[in-house]
Design a protein. Structure first.
Length: 202
């Protein structure tokens, strides 16, 4: 018979956790992480970059077009195949990617510019319009010239369509003549005294 007065299992060797102590540790760790993030961001003063401006040089994409080049693994970057960017010291393999690179954020930052555009004032816009008016040559096209050119182009297009229709009609006539000729039996044609309906004007 079991003794009802027996003491339960001894669990006193297990480790007991103090919830308040660990909550306090977690709060301290979060506070330290937040401080370190704030410090790392605020170490350097903010960089003031110039706004974007127009390129004052022509991008050379066609100077090496159609030329062959010997590529060696020991050649410096500037002499490797592709387009070399001296600002970022990298080589881009084709012209589309080169244009993307020189218009991109990394290249513009290396030049000291941000990706923001300076807002133009009213005077700047007016000056730009004036310079464009002056640059416009006196022999340039007006709206009337444009209308005349459009009308002339439409007339040429109608003439081409008419010629196409005439050629189709001629081909159709030739095809019908060939089919009629194929319908006549050659023996009957020989008996009647003619060899075919072909014209002798060829």
């Amino acid at each position: 018979m079991a003794n009802n007065n027996a003491v339960g299992v001894d669990n006193t060797f297990r480790r007991k956790f103090d919830r308040e102590e660990y909550l306090e540790r977690a709060r301290e760790r979060e506070k330290q992480e937040a401080d370190s993030r704030f410090k790392s961001k605020s170490k350097a003063p903010p960089v003031q970059r110039k706004p974007l401006k127009h390129r004052d040089y022509e991008v050379d994409l066609e100077s090496r077009l159609g030329k062959t080049q010997v590529v060696t693994p020991i050649a410096p970057l500037s002499q490797q195949a592709g387009y070399y960017c001296s600002v970022c010291e990298c080589v881009v393999k084709d012209s589309a990617n080169y244009l993307d690179h020189i218009n991109g954020k990394k290249h513009q930052r290396a030049l000291g510019m941000s990706m923001r555009v300076e807002r133009a004032s009213l005077e700047q816009v007016q000056q730009r319009f004036e310079s464009l008016k002056k640059r416009k040559s006196p022999g340039s096209f007006t709206e009337q010239d444009l209308d005349e050119r459009i009308l002339k182009q439409q007339q040429e297009e109608e003439e081409r369509k008419r010629q196409r229709r005439e050629r189709k009609k001629e081909k159709k006539k030739e095809k019908v003549a060939e089919e009629e000729e194929a319908d006549i039996d050659p023996d009957v044609a020989a008996m009647m005294g003619f060899g075919g309906f072909r014209s002798s004007k060829k």
